[in-house]
Ligand binder design. Structure first.
Ligand code: TNX
Length: 788
């Protein structure tokens, strides 16, 4: 024990009258300053302030009671101390006061979020010009305390201390947000409250709820009950109902909860594309009056509202009217993304509207683009009536921006830049900047199934929302801030949503708050270890970086002699492993050099945070093989593969034995095995196809295989197994040592919906292979397949 802690021990023994067992600040993850987002200015002094039974929160006037009570309750829960709130001056206190000078000179909203925090050995002073600023000052104080302060139940015999510091802090941007897509997969009110707690703790001030889409309408509208009665339920591919929506009472409760934590909730009703759930409820909203079912797979789809008719705008007026009273937010999001306009070209009502409004084709925009702008501008007018400002995705630029629209730039930054140049406000949330939390946060071979794309936390962290072009043009002030988006097509449960959002949203928090020049990924990584413990107390299922092979990440490694498998993590974290089949735990060997073996084994490896919390286990099968001889010495006779095809609906390979009506033909190249269908999006043609024959291996080598087809068998060996899994990115390839020559191959393909996906959706049909050491995959080409 060092001398400072000895003093602490004595002080606490004196104050508590008990023997001290738990000096929380000594724990590895509590050491140093762990404030996240990092404050603008921080000066660390020496000594510590200790929270004791006599510590009270003092307030300069009653209006501060709300903030003081909030934190008093929080501190009481974990420390067990009855932290009183008083308007009297007392010793050993946390003093909250309003000081109009804090943040002076800044933009009003930035000033309101600014605070001064001074910790001395005998007390804490927090000053701000508003309640919001005081709330953030207290949030920082919580982060200066040990992570255990987040506990919901008392931690006894603990010392609660804060380092002596001086902090002056204000945000870089006024908008710092998270979008949750509750339309594809619903999140319960309790689940949302958990998110709000975490967001508030890292000073994120906006929660954007994507409430409607093709796959569901999730908010009660009293005037249009069918929106939820019909639009709130879809029948999944197994015939099971999936439903959920928020009642207006639940929304009120949620909004109140968020307001108490200074989180603004922005609702989104996505129109005129992404509106199928509403059209299922009210078919007259479509151009043709055609009736639809709420969609049970992931789009986008060529289905759109009809802006030619007035009833679209009547409905939206009713919807916006009710929602405007529920959500105090000054912003309202109307979506506007991925609007399919083809149907409008042949819709008499749309064409009439185009004529009447003079929306003619010009060099830049088609008449239908302009019709979309017309629809968005009408939305803006309706919202204006209810005192709201419109936000839309960057597609609302097509056909011209609505006069006062704020743009969320997601398809890169171009839309954001174009909007800012036209003096429109912008929120940056580009896929390219690591702002898409449905993208993989680690190697797709190692991580659980996700939408696709790659957004490691370092990319989210390093993103700078102000493009140089805008700085040069003096337009950077139009960048309101930054947001991370969690689209939930592939987030089937609330746990998975948490896994994808945390900790990447903390990177967004820091990008949105801390000046770019002060950001430091290594220090951020260190602070994440402290945040992890806080998240544990909130029951958040956060992502812990998995061990990955730095060169080629694969779950199956073949070797003929000796194998050497090395691992790393996306930020410095300890790894433990076993090779004897047992589950690695805290006592297992620590990974410190490549694992070498000359016999077949399974490496089980996981990461361990300083708190002792472990990641999921990765299993890497390391298999000793001898080179497989070709299956025939002679070049097979005919070009292509033998194809057996049947129009049969099933889900698994094991069901193929039941198929009777096979039709035989020849597949001249492999890819069409996934293209034996009518329409990729709207209809899935259910079929099974099996192609058999030989493929040519150009040289003796170890090859790995990858394909989105259901199963690939080489000789007798299953080289790719996607059986029963969403086949949108191959994650199951195995490796084989193969001799030059013709080897047997069997390609099995099941066309069905799997996990909400058309199994053909992103499937090129190809079977790819690559030699160990090669960077590039190559398709098995039509010249290299033959049959007898
Ligand atoms: C595009 S981002 C969409 C969403 C999808 C997402 C998947 C945006 C405005 N539209 O509907 O869920 O991609 O990454």
């Amino acid at each position: 024990m060092n001398s400072r802690n000895l003093i602490l021990t004595c002080v606490c023994t004196f104050l508590c009258g008990c023997s001290v067992e738990n000096i929380l600040s000594e724990k590895e993850y509590n050491q140093g300053i762990n404030v996240l987002p990092l404050p603008q200015n921080i000066n660390v002094g020496s000594g510590r302030f200790i929270i004791s039974k006599s510590t009270q929160i003092t307030i300069s006037d009653d209006s501060l009671g709300q903030v003081a009570d909030f934190y008093a309750r929080k501190m009481q829960a974990s420390t067990g101390m009855n932290v009183k709130v008083t308007d009297k001056k007392v010793e050993n206190a946390i003093n909250l006061s309003i000081d109009r000078n804090v943040g002076k000179g800044l933009d009003t909203e930035l000033a309101a979020e600014s605070y001064l925090l001074s910790v001395k050995e005998n007390g804490v002073d927090i000053k701000a010009s508003s309640l919001r600023g005081l709330f953030y000052g207290m949030a920082t104080l919580m982060q200066l305390l040990p992570a255990e302060i987040e506990s919901g139940h008392e931690i006894s015999h603990a010392v609660w201390s804060v380092p002596v510091v001086d902090i002056s802090d204000s945000p870089r941007f006024k908008y710092r947000g998270l979008m949750l897509d509750v339309a594809r997969h619903f999140i319960s009110v309790e689940g949302l409250k958990k998110h709000i707690d975490m967001l508030a703790s890292v000073k994120i001030n906006n929660l954007h709820l994507h409430l409607t889409d093709y796959q569901g309408w999730r908010i009660e509208i009293r005037k249009y009950p069918r929106l939820t009665a019909v639009g709130g339920t879809r029948i999944d591919e197994y015939g099971k109902e999936y439903s959920g929506f928020y009642t207006q009472e639940e929304i009120k409760d949620l909004v109140k909860y968020a307001r108490e934590r200074f989180v603004n909730i922005i609702p989104e009703i996505d129109v005129p594309g992404h509106s199928l759930a509403a059209m299922a409820a009210y078919p007259e909203l479509s151009c043709t009056g055609e009736s639809y079912d709420v969609m049970n797979r992931w789009g986008p789809f060529p289905v759109v509202l009809c802006p030619g008719k007035e009833n679209m705008f009547e409905l939206l007026d009713g919807v916006f009217a009710e929602m405007s009273t529920l959500f105090p937010s000054e912003y309202f999001h109307i979506g506007g993304d991925e609007c399919p306009k083809k149907v409008w070209e042949t819709c008499p009502a749309c064409q009439r509207r185009i004529k009447e409004e003079g929306l003619f084709d010009d060099k830049e925009h088609s008449a239908e683009d302009k019709l979309q702008s017309y629809a968005i501008s009408r939305c803006e007018q309706i919202l204006k009536k209810y005192g709201k400002k419109l936000i839309g995705w960057d597609e609302i630029l097509q056909g011209g921006l609505a006069p006062e629209a704020t743009v969320m730039s997601w398809r890169g930054e171009a839309g954001g830049i174009a909007s800012a140049l036209m003096n429109h406000n912008v929120i940056m949330t580009p896929t390219s900047g690591g702002m898409y939390f449905d993208h993989y946060q680690g190697n797709s071979q190692a991580e659980p199934f996700a939408w696709g794309g790659y957004a490691p936390i370092v990319r989210s962290y390093n993103y700078n929302p102000v493009p140089d072009t805008l700085v040069k043009m003096g337009k950077e002030k139009y960048i309101l801030g930054v947001q991370g988006n969690a689209w939930t097509e592939c987030m089937y449960t609330e746990d998975i949503v948490e896994y994808r959002v945390y900790p990447r949203i903390f990177a967004v928090a820091e990008t949105g708050w801390t000046p770019d020049g002060k950001k430091d990924f290594n220090d951020f990584s260190r602070r994440l270890n402290n945040m992890a413990v806080r998240m544990d107390y909130h029951g958040i299922n956060y992502h812990i970086p998995l061990p990955e092979q730095p060169d080629f990440c694969r779950n199956h490694v073949a070797f003929t002699d000796v194998a050497s498998v090395s691992f790393g993590t996306s930020r410095p974290i300890k790894m433990v492993y076993t090779t004897d089949g047992t589950e690695p735990d805290l006592h297992s060997p620590v990974y410190d050099k490549p694992i070498q073996t000359d016999t077949t084994c399974t490496i089980r490896i996981r990461s361990v945070l300083p708190s002792g919390k472990m990641s999921m286990v990765r299993e890497v099968r390391v298999e000793r093989q001898s080179y497989k001889e070709p299956d025939t010495g002679r070049t097979p006779e005919h070009a292509g593969l033998k194809l057996h095809f049947a129009p049969h609906r099933c889900m698994y390979i094991s069901e193929l034995s039941e198929v009777k009506e096979w039709k035989d033909s020849v597949l001249t190249s492999i890819e069409p095995i996934a293209r034996l269908r009518t329409n990729q999006y709207m209809n899935v043609e259910f079929y099974v196809a099996v192609a058999e024959g030989y493929f040519f291996v150009p040289e003796d080598a170890i090859y790995e295989f990858s394909s989105n087809n259901t199963r690939i068998t080489v000789g007798d060996y299953v080289a790719v197994d996607n059986d029963g899994k969403p086949q949108v990115n191959s994650r199951y390839g195995k490796s084989m040592a193969l001799k030059k020559g013709w080897h047997k191959i069997k390609i099995e393909q099941i066309s069905n919906f799997i996990g909400g996906w058309n199994s053909q959706h992103r499937n090129s049909g190809a079977v790819m292979m690559r030699k160990y050491g090669d960077e590039k995959w190559t398709d098995i080409s039509k010249d290299n397949i033959k049959y007898n």
